[in-house]
Write a protein that binds this ligand. Structure first.
Ligand code: ADP
Ligand code: MG
Length: 269
């Protein structure tokens, strides 16, 4: 369960600060397939939100809506209290302001199940690429912080290796270093351990737990209930595009109220 000793970043953030990410009443359809049917989610600074639910329940879609990789038909997305401006309606609704989209995407770094490292770049180049080309930061300074993040995830010695030379767990840790090097306001994880063998899963889980300890704001989609219970302040159970149940991990895992969550949890034992 989440440790009460956790050093939340909220300690240094005003209690009334806007959540880093907030989604209100979001509706998303692909053609006639309604995937999100009015979802609300908020991630205050320093908090970890875990999202659980069956395959196809809309978890990845919701994460992708958070950083505007997907548009939506209805509802609001707010980044640090700043509402995303849209143009058009219904299926033609799109974010209106590209600068705003870039600002939000670069502040919400995503880590995917499949690592998505660039195979033609070394690990160091992978980590440095976006801060240098997208944020136009000084390459020398970016290299320093890239090496620091590689050390933080325990693969400082792999800086000059190619992705194919790393294990899955090392590749995923490189992907986390790459996300951190953007100096984002929050990290979004989409099933970060699903592609890994159990023994490699643990090394990635250790890194994610350490990030939670340092008070990072994160939304983590995971099939790993133990990870959710260990790191989350708040757990959201998504079922067919709706939040079926949500609350602190000890409540959701210890005392699930809905039949659907009880069924889901017993199926994932
Ligand atoms: P989860 O991550 O919970 O498994 P997803 O968000 O990936 O669920 O998918 C939710 C539903 O949306 C599924 O039925 C899936 O097939 C559908 N879906 C996801 N992405 C697309 C897409 N780009 N086009 C059409 N349907 C999609
Ligand atoms: Mg998914």
């Amino acid at each position: 369960m989440a440790s009460p000793a956790r050093n939340h970043r909220e300690d240094t953030v005003p209690a009334d600060a806007a959540p880093v990410i907030e989604i209100r009443n979001l509706h998303k359809a692909y053609g006639s397939l309604e995937v999100l049917k009015g979802v609300d989610i908020r991630a205050p600074a320093g908090h970890v939100v875990a999202m659980i639910g069956s395959s196809g329940s809309g978890k990845s879609t919701l994460l992708r809506c958070c950083n505007l990789l997907e548009d939506s038909q209805q509802g609001e997305v707010l980044f640090c209290g700043e509402p995303v401006r849209w143009r058009g309606t219904g299926m033609d609704r799109r974010p209106a302001d590209r600068a705003q989209v870039t600002r939000i995407r670069t502040n919400l770094s995503m880590v995917f199940q499949s690592f998505n490292l660039w195979s033609h770049m070394t690990i160091l180049q992978n980590v440095m690429e976006a801060p240098v080309t997208v944020l136009r930061r000084n390459p020398r300074e970016v290299e320093d912080s890239a090496r620091r993040y590689l050390a933080q995830v325990g693969i400082a010695d792999k800086a000059d290796a190619w992705p194919a030379q790393l294990s899955g767990g090392q590749q995923q840790r490189a992907a986390i270093a790459r996300a951190l090097c953007m100096e984002p306001k929050a990290l979004l994880f989409d099933e970060p351990t699903s592609a890994l063998d159990p023994e490699l899963e643990q090394e990635v889980i250790r890194v994610i737990k350490a990030l939670a300890q340092e008070g990072r704001t994160m939304i983590i989609v995971t099939h790993d209930m133990r990870l959710a219970a260990d790191v989350a302040d708040h757990v959201v159970f998504l079922h067919k595009g709706r939040i079926e149940e949500e609350g602190p991990p000890d409540q959701l895992f210890g005392n699930p109220r809905t039949e659907r969550l009880r069924g889901f949890l017993s199926a994932t034992q």
